[in-house]
Unconditional design. Structure first.
Length: 287
């Protein structure tokens, strides 16, 4: 593919993704002659666009990856892994709910849950935890409002809501990343980056090197990367944004490694066994 053409790079308008691509956006690294056009959209929209092959490179939910195997290969860098933490079920403060696991499961099955998109990994992890759930789909940044106004009784929150829910007037019912870790001993694979298969294997590998160096640069120049990300921090101060970035941009983000690959296989393997995705997934990583 001609390097004079800017590559469309889709990622979410969140501080962790902004941090990941800080070095690219600010021309801090050698891009090997490639140029990138950043497209910022919520993860559910990016998932849907990936099913149509619209972007050259995109952030994607690991759940959605199961539906785009014919179009995209998974880049080994760019992972968002929840290692003992992840999407959370929340309710309004003061809501009574059982603490015993079996009773809690039945309680949740009787309630409407606001979810941030049916192709998100948060929703798939919810299904793995409880089977079918009564749900309503709500943009991720409107879930607190949906619960507050009674549109849903429970919210499934992602992104910075995992750190701000208490100050917003909610309490945690369950952390699905914590549940998954106890269940499997593995981190919960939430998101990754994919590249279209119309790039040659050599081009994919070269682009992966550039993206990995962008992540590495941010980790090595953390303060500058966090400062770059602050316009997308949605009410978080710099300290909280730095904490959130640290949760989802780390060694797993540089490369999934054996543990990350095992986590994806377990996550999608269980999903297929439960009939939640259409086929088995053979991971195709860019080398």
């Amino acid at each position: 593919m001609a390097r004079s053409q800017a590559l469309s790079l889709g990622h979410s308008p969140d501080p962790d993704d902004a941090f990941m691509f800080y070095a690219l956006a600010e021309n801090k690294i050698d891009t090997h002659g490639w140029s990138f056009e950043h497209t910022l959209q919520d993860i559910q929209t990016l998932n849907e666009r990936a099913t149509r092959g619209e972007l050259a490179i995109s952030a994607i939910s690991i759940h959605a990856y199961a539906y785009v195997l014919d179009r995209y290969a998974l880049l080994p860098c760019g992972a968002s892994m929840g290692d003992g933490y992840g999407p959370m079920l929340i309710v309004r403060q003061g809501t009574e709910f059982p603490s015993e696991p079996a009773a809690l499961l039945e309680w949740l099955r009787a309630r409407t849950i606001a979810v941030p998109g049916l192709m998100t990994s948060a929703y798939l992890s919810l299904q793995l935890y409880m089977g079918e759930a009564k749900h309503t789909v709500v943009p991720f940044d409107e879930i607190f409002h949906a619960v507050e106004t009674g549109r849903a009784e429970v919210g499934l929150i992602i992104h910075e809501g995992q750190l701000t829910y208490r100050q917003e007037g909610f309490e945690k019912v369950l952390d699905l990343g914590e549940w998954w870790k106890a269940e499997t001993g593995l981190p919960l694979p939430l998101g990754g980056n994919v590249i279209r298969k119309d790039f040659t294997p050599e081009e994919r590998s070269d682009i992966n090197i550039v993206l990995r160096e962008s992540i590495r640069y941010g980790l090595e120049h953390r303060a500058a990367g966090v400062a770059h990300s602050m316009p997308l921090a949605r009410g978080m101060d710099e300290s909280l944004a730095d904490k959130f970035i640290g949760m989802y941009v780390n060694d797993f983000t540089l490369d999934y490694g054996d543990i990350g690959r095992r986590a994806i296989r377990e996550f999608l393997g269980r999903a297929h066994k439960a009939g939640l995705i259409p086929s088995t997934v053979e991971l195709e990583f860019v080398e």
